[in-house]
Design a protein around this ligand. Structure first.
Ligand SMILES: [Fe+2]
Ligand SMILES: [Fe+2]
Length: 203
């Protein structure tokens, strides 16, 4: 198979991906850096899991687009360095749905990537409820289980990345602390945690 880095570079050149990644970069640089890392790392993990190439590409796109909805979240919430109020949390929780809705409105073609966008918080202890709409059900063109597995891959990488890097509300954590926290935060298959940690140790 083609090198994952090369496939990732190709995805970054896709017209639609450029169109969505640009506003993320303009709105919030930290989120942009995060989605760039998550897109690539999710693909690398998927490759280890022997995911077929087309699915691997959807995982890359899903990783790049998973936080697209944050362009609708005011920076004063994204940059807040203290706990969010209930109201702010409610607004933040809309981002998987907002991202999905942007893609849906544009008739984005990669349905699996869209499902990753809306599903990427489903494997977090404090998940954002999916609040599945009628349209999502109608869009079920790929088997649900496949979408769930792909969302799970992006979710574990997403959590790891959030713990590893500094955010407005927290410092970057050392690996020992990440190992402890990721087990509490990620509620998907534990074997994925081991893989993400091993990959980190090798790099
Ligand atoms: Fe997110
Ligand atoms: Fe994220």
């Amino acid at each position: 198979m083609q090198e994952v880095q090369e496939i990732f570079r190709e995805i970054l050149q896709e017209k639609e991906i450029k169109r969505y990644v640009k506003p993320i970069k303009e709105h919030h640089k930290e989120t942009y850096n995060h989605v760039m890392r998550v897109g690539l790392q999710a693909m690398l993990l998927a490759q280890e899991l022997k995911v077929p190439k087309e699915t691997l590409k959807s995982i890359g796109r899903g990783g790049l687009l998973h936080d697209l909805g944050k362009i609708k979240i005011p920076c004063k919430i994204l940059n807040k360095n203290t706990l969010l109020t209930d109201k702010e949390k409610q607004i933040m929780d809309t981002h998987p749905r907002c991202g999905f809705d942007i893609l849906k409105k544009d008739n984005y073609e990669d349905i699996l990537a869209m499902k990753i966008v809306i599903g990427h918080h489903e494997y977090k202890k404090h998940s954002y409820p999916r609040k599945e709409s009628k349209e999502v059900k109608e869009e079920r063109r790929v088997p649900h289980r496949k979408a769930a597995r792909c969302s799970e891959i992006v979710a574990v990488v997403d959590i790891f990345d959030a713990l590893k890097h500094r955010r407005s509300y927290k410092d970057a954590f050392p690996i020992e602390k990440i190992k402890e926290l990721i087990h509490k935060e990620f509620i998907g298959r534990k074997a994925l945690i081991q893989r993400v940690i091993q990959k980190h140790s090798k790099s």
